[in-house]
Design a protein around this ligand. Structure first.
Ligand code: GRF
Length: 213
């Protein structure tokens, strides 16, 4: 299955996806698109010979035109699943219609708590005991789509943002490739807000809180 990865920054999640693709050859990163020319993620892709494109949102009059260019490139590369990995733009409904049920995101908190930006510091400041990360399908809201997998980490009272970030990123790099693999194996079924994961040992999809990662 061909995936397109949209990035804006350092691309550690992209790296975990690339590493997964190398070890488990059911998924191929067909193209990496960044809206920022200086994103280190581009270098990670280039070093593996993966095609990259820079599409700056500043070059387009509005979000619709920007998204149309993204759709054009993703279709050109035959992309079947779009994975957002630190992509700092909100996608239009038109984009989501072009890839219905085929856009995933990773968020560094346990949704629906702490959607949006600067969420790790917000979790520390709030005094929560646990945070984590969420892989979800993307809908038209901000971090509101159906949840596929979550992972939990402890939050300590003296945590710095950097410490919590590293603790969460470790889990992100584990669950994002796993969610992509489940999708590639047609093991995910969306029903309203819920995502059911097919159990290989049974005919039916199961409601699994902890798919064997
Ligand atoms: C991650 O924390 C991810 O959860 C969020 O953006 C960050 C991207 O980090 N969506 P990286 O570029 O993958 O290192």
């Amino acid at each position: 299955m061909k995936i397109g990865v949209l990035v804006s920054g350092s691309g550690t999640n992209l790296q975990s996806i690339i590493d997964f693709c190398e070890s488990d050859r059911i998924v191929e990163v067909a193209v990496v698109i960044s809206n920022r020319a200086d994103a280190y993620a581009l270098k990670r892709a280039e070093s593996k010979g993966i095609p990259t494109r820079i599409v700056s949102h500043r070059d387009f009059p509005d979000r619709a035109e920007f998204d149309r260019e993204l759709i054009r490139i993703l279709n050109e590369f035959g992309v079947e699943l779009v994975a957002l990995a630190g992509f700092m733009r909100i996608l239009t409904g038109e984009f989501l219609k072009a890839f219905p049920g085929r856009v995933m995101n990773i968020h560094p908190a346990l949704l629906p708590s702490f959607p949006g930006l600067e969420v790790r510091q917000a979790a520390i400041d709030y005094g929560v005991r646990f945070s984590g990360c969420t892989v979800h399908f993307v809908d038209e809201g901000v971090d509101t789509g159906p949840i596929i997998i979550q992972a939990v980490v402890p939050v300590f009272p003296d945590d710095t943002e950097e410490e919590l970030k590293h603790r969460i990123l470790k889990q992100e790099h584990r669950i994002y490739p796993h969610a992509i693999k489940l999708f590639a194996q047609c093991m995910l079924r969306i029903e309203g807000r819920k995502v059911f994961i097919k159990d290989n040992n049974k005919d039916e999809s199961q409601w699994m809180t902890n798919p064997s990662l």
